[in-house]
Design a binder for this molecule. Structure first.
Ligand SMILES: [Zn+2]
Length: 328
């Protein structure tokens, strides 16, 4: 039987040939990324791997040792999405002969992953159009690629929606963009577990990292939640935190969270027209540090672009800044 209680941060055998490893991260919140190993008759499939660094590679080897698994027993590493805490270590693992898989659109984002100057180029343009202060634009300009991202090259295997035929168990790719444009969830049909990466998390609502004004990432995210809702499953094994044992309830909670935030923006705009930056200041009145301010801006823009796409708001350009108004 499975141990359904939320696990503490120890390695864990989930049954059904599934093992869990909490990989330490170089920051405290979240302090771990969940690595999962799924056994098939040829060896193991690994889902996500943690950040890059020799010390993190050694930690992974120690965790594998505790299950008496050798790195050479792993045939395939699948990254749920292109964030450093999920795939940073992938290049070191590939050097051991392990094949690496990502969703097929990942090839369009390898340079964005490896070079944060490219990654944030569009966001700087977006922030300028929303009336962001000079200091914010300056901070975006100075962002460096973190060392624990490592360097990623084209994966050995590009996954498409549906069964992963390279694995000898019923494992399915479900494309679930929103938190990341390349994000997938993995449905293991025999255990009824969905490995959700950061698409669905137990405590926090995943951040929607909008960079492109033509892409309604929050709309995509909502569609991806519905996609998971429509797959029969009993448990969600997320990329961070404990198992989600009431997955349908959790998905509904996350939808409500986003709905409330969009409604709040409509209330703000019902009183007066505002730029994207002014909306952010109403939504997040506290002083935020540099990182949290960027996250708040991207989250605010995700909602603004979602409301625009749903014809609830639109903008006029005043002094080169987009000023948003509620449509009646
Ligand atoms: Zn993550």
């Amino acid at each position: 039987m499975f141990g359904w209680q939320p696990f503490n941060m120890n390695s864990f055998n989930l049954g059904n040939g599934i093992f869990h490893i909490p990989m330490e991260l170089p920051w405290s919140s979240p302090g771990f990324v969940n690595v999962y190993l799924l056994e098939d008759k040829n060896g193991f499939v690994m889902i996500d791997c943690g950040v890059d660094g020799e010390e993190y590679y050694q930690l992974l080897i120690e965790h594998l040792d505790s299950f008496k698994i050798n790195i050479k027993d792993i045939n395939l590493l699948i990254g749920t999405h292109m964030h450093s805490d999920h795939i940073g270590l992938s290049t070191r693992i590939r050097e051991q002969g392990v094949k690496f898989a990502l969703y097929k659109n990942s090839t369009d984002f390898i340079t964005h992953y490896n070079d944060w100057k490219i990654r944030f180029r569009e966001l700087i343009i977006l922030a300028e159009k929303q009336g962001a202060p000079k200091s914010f634009l300056q901070d975006l300009n100075e962002i460096e690629t973190p060392i624990y991202a490592g360097k990623v090259t084209k994966p050995d295997l590009l996954l498409d929606e549906g069964a992963i035929t390279e694995v000898d168990r019923k494992l399915f790719t479900v494309f679930t963009p929103g938190h990341d444009i390349t994000e997938i969830s993995l449905h293991d049909a025999s255990s009824g577990i969905i490995f959700s990466g950061d698409h669905i998390l137990p405590k926090i609502t995943p951040f929607i990292p909008t960079t492109n004004e033509d892409d309604d990432m929050l709309g995509r995210y909502g569609d991806s939640l519905d996609k998971v809702l429509n797959i029969s499953h009993s448990i969600i094994a997320p990329g961070h935190g404990g198992l989600i044992t009431s997955p349908y309830e959790r998905i509904e909670q996350m939808k409500i969270h986003h709905k409330k935030r969009s409604e709040r923006i409509l209330e703000i705009l019902a009183l007066s027209k505002k730029s994207g930056w002014e909306i952010l200041e109403e939504l997040f009145p506290r002083n935020l540090d540099q990182l949290n301010l960027r996250l708040a801006f991207q989250e605010t823009m995700a909602h603004i672009l979602y409301l625009k796409n749903n014809k609830k708001i639109n903008f006029n350009v005043v002094n080169s800044v987009q000023v948003w108004e509620k449509l009646s």
